[in-house]
Design a binder for this molecule. Structure first.
Ligand code: PMP
Length: 412
C-alpha cells in the first residue's frame, strides 16, 4: 500500500528569503552597493529633488545648477505655450480619461496628436500610449511570438529587451551599429524563423551615436524582415526640422516598418507612440494589451506633446541650436582630451571615466561645483566604461559648456 501522506509543516520548511522582501537577493545586492558607497563617503547621485522646471539649468536644495540630467532637448517642458495647452486641456476635459480609450472613449486631442505624428513620419497612422517603456514592451510582446526571431543592437534599451522576453521570440544581439554582422546572422538563420524583427535606436542614449540607417533598411528588405527604430533620443534632435533619423538620411516613412518614439523628451509630456501603416496601428489599437487594458493618456499630456510638436515645427532654430551646442560640447571635450567614446555630439555626450567609483565621485564633485550630471554605472554599461552622461539642451550657452569642460578636466 502507498505510504500515508506526511503532514508537511509548510511554515517551518519555507526559507525566510522566500517570503520576506528584505531578504530578496536583488534588495540585498542593492544594500551592499549603497552601504559600500556610504563607507567611501560618496553621496548618492540618484533621486535629486528639483524645485522647479529642469532644463539647461535647475534648482536643487535652493541652489542653482547647470543641468545635464534632463532630456528636455528643445526646452519644451516649461515653454509657456506648452504649459498653456496643458492647462486648457484640463479645463476642458478634466485630468483623466479614467479608462481605456477603447471602452471609455477618446478625446479629440488624442487623435490630433496621433495624426500630427503620422503626418510628420509620412505614414498612415500613429497610436499614443501612456508610457514609452510600455510602448516597446507591449508592441514587441504582442506582435511577435515563439516562432519568431528578434535581432537587436547590443546597446538597445531595456524596454525592447523586456518586450522580446514577453513575446517568447528567440533573441539575438548584434554588435553595435554593425549592419554587416546583422546581415551575416540573417544569411545563416533567417530560414529557421517565421517573422524576423530588427530593432535599432535613432540615437543611442549611452553613447550619442547613431546607426547607418539606409544600410539597415537595405538588409531588412533583402531578408524580408521588419525594422523598428526607437526614436526616444533622435526625435527633435536629428534633421534640420528635428524630424529625426528619417529626415537626417532623407528616407521615406515606409522604409521603416515600426517607428517608435517617446513623448517624454523633446515632446515635453509622458508616454510613447508607434507610427506606421494602418494594419499595424489598427492591430495595436484593438489588441495590444498595453493599450487595450490601460488607461488613455491624460488629455493635458496629449495637449502638451502636440503643442511641443507644433512649437518645434514653428521654431527650427531650437533644433539648430541644440545641434550646434552639442557639437560645441563635443569639440571642447575633445580639445580637453576627455574620452567621449563614439559620441557624435547629438543630444548625448558621455565622458568615460573607466570605473563606477570614479564616475560617482566625479559626479558628486561636479555637484559641489554647481554642475548636475548623472553617472552611468555598471551594470548599465561595462565597468571599464562607466561614465558621466551629459544631455545637451538647446538652451545651454557656450559659456556654460566652457565652464563645465574646465571643471570636469580639473576634477578628473
Ligand atoms: N526607449 C529609449 C531608447 C529610452 O531611452 C527610454 C527612456 N529613456 C524609453 C524607451 C522609455 O521611455 P519613457 O521614459 O518615456 O517611458
Amino acid at each position: 500500500p502507498a505510504p500515508a501522506p506526511v503532514a508537511r509543516n509548510a511554515s517551518s520548511e519555507t526559507p525566510e528569503e522566500h517570503y520576506r522582501f528584505h531578504l530578496h537577493p536583488g534588495y540585498q545586492q542593492l544594500r551592499i552597493i549603497n552601504d559600500g558607497a556610504a563607507k567611501l563617503g560618496v553621496s548618492s547621485p540618484f533621486f535629486k529633488l528639483h524645485e522647479g522646471t529642469a532644463g539647461s539649468t535647475t534648482q536643487i536644495g535652493g541652489k542653482p545648477y547647470i543641468n545635464y540630467a534632463s532630456y528636455n532637448y528643445l526646452d519644451m517642458s516649461g515653454d509657456p505655450q506648452v504649459n498653456q495647452a496643458a492647462k486648457d486641456a484640463i479645463d476642458r476635459y478634466g485630468t483623466s480619461v479614467s479608462a481605456s480609450r477603447l471602452v471609455s472613449g477618446e478625446r479629440p486631442i488624442h487623435r490630433e496628436l496621433e495624426r500630427a505624428l503620422a503626418e510628420l513620419y509620412e505614414v498612415d497612422d500613429a497610436i499614443a500610449l501612456v508610457s514609452g517603456h510600455a510602448t516597446n514592451v507591449t508592441t514587441i510582446g504582442h506582435l511577435f511570438g515563439p516562432r519568431d526571431l528578434v535581432l537587436h543592437d547590443e546597446l538597445i534599451h531595456n524596454s525592447v529587451l523586456q518586450g522580446i522576453q514577453l513575446s517568447g521570440a528567440r533573441r539575438l544581439p548584434f554588435p553595435h551599429n554593425d549592419w554587416q554582422a546583422l546581415d551575416g546572422i540573417l544569411e545563416e538563420q533567417r530560414h529557421q524563423f517565421e517573422r524576423v524583427l530588427i530593432v535599432l535606436e535613432g540615437i543611442y542614449s549611452m553613447d550619442g551615436d547613431y546607426p547607418d540607417l539606409p544600410h539597415f533598411v537595405e538588409v531588412k528588405r533583402r531578408h524580408r524582415a521588419f525594422l523598428m527604430v526607437d526614436e526616444a533620443h533622435s526625435f527633435g534632435v536629428m534633421g534640420a526640422k528635428g524630424y529625426g533619423i528619417r529626415e537626417h538620411f532623407g528616407l521615406a516613412g515606409g522604409d521603416v516598418d515600426i517607428w517608435m518614439g517617446t513623448l517624454s523628451k523633446t515632446l515635453a509630456g509622458c508616454g510613447g507612440y508607434i507610427a506606421g501603416e494602418t494594419a499595424l496601428i489598427e492591430h495595436l489599437k484593438f489588441l495590444a494589451p498595453g493599450f487595450l487594458y490601460s488607461v488613455g493618456m491624460p488629455p493635458s499630456v496629449a495637449a502638451a506633446s502636440l503643442a511641443a510638436l507644433q512649437r518645434m515645427q514653428q521654431m527650427p532654430q531650437r533644433v539648430a541650436d541644440l545641434q550646434a551646442r552639442g557639437r560645441y560640447f563635443l569639440e571642447q571635450a575633445k580639445a580637453a582630451r576627455l574620452d567621449t567614446g563614439s559620441s557624435t555630439g547629438l543630444a548625448v555626450v558621455p565622458v568615460i571615466t573607466g570605473s563606477s567609483l570614479k564616475a560617482t565621485r566625479l559626479s558628486s564633485a561636479l555637484f559641489e561645483h554647481g554642475i548636475n550630471v548623472q553617472p552611468i554605472l555598471y551594470p548599465a554599461v561595462p565597468e571599464k566604461s562607466a561614465r558621466l552622461r551629459f544631455f545637451i539642451s538647446c538652451r545651454h550657452t557656450e559659456e556654460q559648456i566652457q565652464e563645465t569642460i574646465r571643471t570636469v578636466s580639473a576634477l578628473l
